[in-house]
Write a protein that binds this ligand. Structure first.
Ligand code: GLY
Length: 342
């Protein structure tokens, strides 16, 4: 089993524990928050719980309220230990609830998807959707402990597994050459979810994010590079209606393709690098075209994105492996980029 990792983010400190047995996941926890998909994963838990309906539509005030009122009913104090067990929706919401209860109680996160293990449960951004805006309301509140049991991934549906791989690929492109080599050289083993390779993959992907979060917790600078592919990807998810036709990871990979395309148009991204990344994405089964989508609708959705700067959308682009920058672009160039991806 992998060694524990400790890191600091602003005034917070997080320890990451890799578990050998899922029954350790809720040790010392006083209130466990699940969704209907993840509750059965820890069937032996018999302590207090709240089980949210699975899915993005749960990311609401009403569900946060259900967790807070349960914590109050249990008379938890500031030293109460609240845990979130699930994918990105549950870990974002549990962390938001923990940040609010008594102005912050102890938070344990138990990510059950690859995406949550390497990304969503790590980094401290919490939140809910609000008035049609994704993650508009939230806080910065990293978990005191992240408890990772890679065994959860063995039963994850294939599309959810690949959705997590998208973030792993993105982390590699941000400059982790060992992770990139692993993705290129061990593709079969990764897709077959061989436990040893998977552990190495998770560990390396986590360490990329830990580095960004430690250096720039409040996203004043380089942490924004973790949004590579996300501005375009969120627009696609919004136009698709978050209906499951595109998973988050599939949309992010499409978005990485569009970011490379825009970078080439602006003379920033070398064509050779674009081809190399596209072939890696295709080798993992990601698609770089979104047929039947309307470029104008994608542009409107993109402008709706909250990551704006002085009214302009800022794109994370790459000038090469591990080399990122943020820039704005004319609507005409963005529209041509979007049209090239449908
Ligand atoms: N919750 C995801 C992050 O902090 O990046």
């Amino acid at each position: 089993m992998l060694d524990d990792v400790r890191f600091s983010a602003g005034e917070f400190s997080t320890s990451i524990r890799f578990l050998s047995d899922p029954t350790q996941a809720l040790e010392g926890v006083q209130l466990a928050l699940f969704d209907t998909n993840t509750r059965p994963l820890l069937g032996s838990w018999s302590g207090p719980e709240v089980v949210w309906p699975a899915g993005e539509s749960s990311k609401s005030w009403a569900q946060i309220d259900s967790a807070l009122s349960k914590a109050l009913e249990l008379e938890l104090g500031r030293d109460g230990v609240l845990a979130g067990v699930g994918g990105g929706v549950v870990t974002d919401m549990a962390a938001f609830a923990a940040s609010l209860y008594m102005r912050g109680c102890k938070l344990v996160l138990v990510p059950t998807t690859l995406l949550a293990m390497v990304d969503a449960a790590l980094g401290g951004k919490t939140g809910i959707d609000y008035n049609g805006y994704k993650n508009l309301v939230g806080s910065f509140y990293p978990a005191a402990e992240l408890r990772i049991w890679p065994g959860f991934l063995q039963n994850l549906p294939e599309r959810d597994f690949r959705s997590g791989l998208a973030e792993v690929i993105k982390h590699a492109l941000l400059g982790e050459s060992d992770l990139h080599s692993l993705l290129v050289n061990q593709r079969q083993a990764i897709l077959a979810r061989e436990p040893d390779v998977l552990e190495e993959l998770i560990y390396k992907a986590i360490m990329v994010k830990v580095g960004f979060v430690e250096r720039d917790f409040r996203e004043k600078g380089e942490r924004a590079f973790l949004n590579l592919g996300h501005t375009f990807g969120h627009a696609l998810e919004a136009v698709a209606g978050f209906d499951g036709s595109w998973t988050h990871g599939e949309a992010v990979c499409w978005g990485i393709g569009r970011a490379l395309d825009l970078g080439v148009r602006l003379g920033l991204t070398p064509r050779g690098y674009q081809r190399e990344v596209e072939s890696l994405l295709l080798s993992y089964g990601f698609v770089l075209r979104a047929p039947h989508k309307d470029a104008g609708a994608l542009l409107s959705a993109l402008k709706h994105d909250k990551k704006k700067y002085n009214g302009h959308v800022r794109f994370v682009l790459q000038t090469g492996f591990g080399q990122c920058l943020q820039t704005t672009a004319d609507d005409a160039q963005v529209l041509a980029t979007l049209a090239g991806g449908i």
